[in-house]
Design a protein around this ligand. Structure first.
Ligand code: FAD
Ligand code: UDP
Length: 376
């Protein structure tokens, strides 16, 4: 029997919104629901006194995927924001990612040759220590970082920040986490290596509203509170919530790390002069402070900041970062296998796939998922 909708999309984050938009363009009848009181998932911004506050953490769009960049630019214009975070260690400022500015601030070196020589001197000392301890390959993040960049940068810019972010010592963390931090011998503070970067002019809600334009959306609506009804309302379900919840946690709970945001408004037009300042010392309890207006070059009279505290996740908290250890990876794989056997349900996005995805990867994944759906 024909159902009322062709597609029910559970979750109005980027995955759900892109899938819904593509389906709508093809003339399919789509309903989007979200259990939150707003659309957009984690890219949602709350406008407070003209400032777009990134409620679920700072979001910077960056990509080298031309199709995704054009797709997004067809809906909203992107500004020229380039992420250039600064690190504060005991009151002294360093540029990130590690580049000639950082090396100058750290050691006073002014040329790439001097910087390379300084890092090499430190690396050799680290390698000598490792050889003496019979360590051949770096066994953890601490060894990897010291081996890549030396002791000074590890102690000042990596150790405290990483341990706060992950809630465990650098010796217990896998080496791969640090491999993605760029090291440059140019005076280039751009945090990302991607070809394109920016923030939607007017904020992320414009992107989501543009995607969902003309589509029926119900917020404050939890799929699990009315599951039977929703299962019968559409021919296909696109599910972007937590995959373990979809299967009633029957194999166990997947674990996450979460972030607590402490928001404060000040009667000053400029609090820290940059959108992102990382606090890399262990004795500062938060990992970083975001000053939201700088993402859009705001000229408001007041400003809003968020201090970020990285926290162990418990049920009921926002699930932010998947924990890619052996237990969770294995469990996620088992849930994905169950998902693959479930007819008429497409699982997509960061919660349903239990993967950390940047926004561009989520857009790509939703476009690909829709193409596959159309083909079948
Ligand atoms: P979500 O945005 O989480 O959307 C899922 C939606 O499903 C939510 O709205 C949720 O309410 C809804 N939902 C769940 N269960 C139900 C249910 N039972 N019923 C109804 N609705 C339900 N990416 C970048 O590219 N750049 C960045 O700078 C960046 N910063 C980030 C910072 C943080 C702190 C985090 C956590 C992520 C960041 N990301 C960043 C990643 C980015 O947030 C994700 O790529 C993107 O938001 C994922 O979209 P999604 O649709 O998969 O998930
Ligand atoms: N990192 C660090 N010091 C910093 C910023 C990052 O040591 O000031 C390390 C840290 O281990 C972190 C990793 O680099 O987990 C990746 O950083 P990124 O900012 O890319 O992580 P995100 O917060 O986006 O997950």
């Amino acid at each position: 029997m024909d159902k009322k909708y062709d597609i029910l999309v559970v979750g109005s984050g980027l995955f759900g919104a892109v899938f819904a938009a593509e389906a709508h363009k093809k003339g399919l009848k789509v309903l989007v629901i979200d259990k939150r009181k707003h659309c957009g998932g984690n890219v949602y911004c709350e406008n407070i006194d003209g400032i777009n506050v990134h409620k679920y953490g700072a979001h910077i769009f960056h990509t080298s995927d031309v199709e995704v960049w054009r797709y997004v630019n067809n809906i909203v214009e992107m500004n020229r924001y380039t992420n250039q975070p600064v690190a504060n260690y005991k009151g002294k400022l360093y540029n990130l990612p590690f580049n000639m500015n950082t090396f100058y601030q750290m050691w006073g070196v002014t040329t790439p040759a001097e910087a390379k020589a300084k890092i090499e001197e430190q690396r050799q000392a680290v390698l000598k220590r490792m050889r003496a301890a019979n360590v051949v390959e770096p066994r953890n993040l601490e060894e990897q970082a010291r081996m890549l960049i030396g002791d000074d940068i590890f102690e000042i810019l990596i150790k405290g920040y990483t341990e706060k972010q992950w809630g465990r010592s650098c010796e217990e963390l896998p080496a791969f986490i640090i491999k993605r931090l760029p090291v440059r011998f140019t005076f280039d503070n751009n945090y990302f290596n991607d070809n394109y970067q920016g923030i939607p002019i007017g904020g992320y809600n414009r992107l989501i509203d543009g995607l969902l334009n003309g589509i029926e959306v119900r917020v404050d609506t939890d799929y699990f509170k009315n599951r039977e009804m929703f299962d019968n309302i559409a021919n296909t379900i696109v599910f972007t919530g937590q995959i373990d919840e979809f299967f009633d946690y029957k194999l166990g709970h997947l674990h996450y790390r979460t972030v607590r945001f402490e928001q404060e408004q000040f009667n000053t037009s400029n609090y820290q002069g940059n959108a992102v300042v990382n606090y890399t010392a262990a004795d500062v309890p938060y990992t970083r402070i975001i000053e939201h207006k700088h993402f859009e070059f705001g000229s408001q009279q007041t400003t809003i900041i968020s201090r970020e505290y990285s926290t162990e996740w418990r049920d009921g908290m926002e699930p932010y970062y998947p924990i890619n250890d052996e237990r969770n990876n294995k469990l996620a794989e088992q849930y994905r296998e169950l998902g693959a056997k479930t007819d008429n349900v497409i699982f997509g996005g960061r919660l349903a796939e239990y993967k950390y995805f940047d926004m561009d990867k989520v857009v790509r994944s939703a476009l690909d998922a829709f193409r596959k759906f159309k083909k079948n």
